[in-house]
Write a protein that binds this ligand. Structure first.
Ligand SMILES: CC(C)(COP(=O)(O)OP(=O)(O)OC[C@H]1O[C@@H](n2cnc3c(N)ncnc32)[C@H](O)[C@@H]1OP(=O)(O)O)[C@@H](O)C(=O)NCCC(=O)NCCS
Length: 380
């Protein structure tokens, strides 16, 4: 089994000097709850005795610079030696859902088992949804109660009049909770034209924003850089991609590149098109040769953009781009045909600036890219 806190965090057992420090971070983390009265109530929940007499079964997690990141106050019951008890757990809101609490519980489970405990108990307040989800998520069962609040069994007056509690029990013979996989730090530059920039989308998200917003893969930290420039051709993108991407990606554990362009190449300049098809294809090939040597690349094909003559040229370029990508081992998402078949795509372009869709169109484009994007993002 791997014991792993997110990078940069270290654990130790707390001591009495940590008492006031923990009270102070609780005020920082939960200042919105109850003001001075809330602060007093939290202090009553964590009196000094826990930092004097229960330290070797409790944990404190700190950043490298000593700031407190999390704590777990727990013990094996002196009166019921088969029962271990978690009194309080807290994780800095900025570090939630990264496996910090589950890591601390696993440490405590192991310690409690070596001391002879066969089960762990704890309580939480009715309505503490995060705590309920966390505890049931790692194998605790809710004990029977005499009340039901929000569908959960609650023990009325458990801690005194009006102080109802949800009580949990977990046996230590249950399999230990699975630790999260190591967090991947993936940074992606999206380089392209106005479609990459999301021009015309009143939500400001475009397909790049929508795609990244819906990427909620467990264990993945995604940083997306939108480097779309309206009017850019393949020639301009070939010239600028290194200069713009490498400073953003250098040192990144998992750098990646998404490309999308082509419409501006096929735009008429009065004599012909801004970039001849052969040049456009050669630009893409040169870019892929260069980029593929250093990072994974995904290409999203050009979209129809409201001008029948240009659209016909873009359709032909789309097929040639697909071939270039196949030859370079780069996944290619063709979107042209599917979008041209969408009346709403054409309608939004006509109602907008004549070239770009609005929110529904970018949503359709996102849907076309999503499956390939997810496969491409999967660990190699
Ligand atoms: C409850 C608490 C300790 C969880 O800490 P955490 O470090 O964010 O939890 P983890 O990352 O270890 O979560 C492990 C699993 O528990 C579940 N979980 C945790 N928080 C959840 C939430 N807010 N909603 C839904 N599920 C949640 C998930 O299944 C999660 O796994 P996943 O992220 O892979 O889906 C934290 O939210 C907290 O400090 N809350 C305030 C203090 C508190 O209420 N303490 C409990 C009462 S003493």
């Amino acid at each position: 089994m791997i014991d792993e806190l997110p990078d940069g965090l270290v654990w130790r057992h707390p001591d009495v000097e940590d008492h006031l420090r923990v009270l102070a971070v609780m005020d920082d983390w939960w200042a919105v709850f109850g003001g001075a009265d809330g602060s007093r109530q939290r202090a009553l929940l964590l009196p000094r005795l826990f930092f004097q007499h229960f330290t070797d079964s409790s944990w404190l997690v700190e950043h490298g610079d000593g700031r407190i990141a999390a704590f777990l106050i727990a013990f094996v019951s002196p009166s019921q030696p088969d029962t271990a008890y978690v009194h309080f757990v807290g994780v800095d809101p900025a570090l939630r859902r990264r496996g910090v609490a589950v890591d601390l519980y696993r440490r405590f489970f192991r310690l409690a088992a070596t001391r002879g405990a066969t089960r762990v108990r704890c309580i939480t307040s009715p309505g503490n949804a995060a705590s309920l989800a966390f505890h049931t998520g790692i194998g605790f069962r809710v004990d029977p109660g005499d009340l039901t609040i929000d569908g959960v069994a609650v023990q009325g007056d458990y801690d005194g009049p009006g102080l109802h509690r949800v009580a949990f029990t977990r046996t230590l013979t249950d399999p230990a909770p699975t630790p999260p996989a190591a967090i991947r730090d993936v940074r992606v530059c999206f380089v392209g034209d106005s479609f990459v920039a999301g021009t015309g989308d009143p939500t400001g998200l475009g397909w790049v924003g929508r795609l990244t917003a819906r990427t909620r893969t467990r264990g993945l930290h995604l940083t997306a850089y939108n480097l779309g420039i309206g009017g850019n051709t393949s020639t301009q993108i070939l010239a600028r991609w290194r200069q713009e991407c490498l400073p953003r990606l250098s040192g990144a554990p998992e750098p990646r590149l998404v490309l999308s362009f082509g419409v501006n190449d096929m735009t008429s300049d009065g004599h012909g098109v801004r970039v001849a098809p052969d040049r456009s294809v050669a630009n893409l090939a040169a870019l892929l040769t260069d980029a593929r040597a250093i990072l994974p690349v995904l290409m999203v094909g050009p979209a129809p953009a409201g001008n029948p003559g240009r659209d016909a040229r873009v359709a032909a370029l789309d097929e040639r781009y697909a071939d270039v990508c196949a030859a370079h081992g780069v996944p290619y998402v063709p979107v042209f045909a599917a979008l041209r078949a969408q009346p709403s795509w054409q309608h939004e372009i006509a109602a907008g600036d004549g070239a770009h869709p609005a929110a529904a169109g970018y949503e359709q484009l996102t849907g076309l890219v999503a499956a390939t994007w997810q496969r491409w993002l999967a660990p190699a």
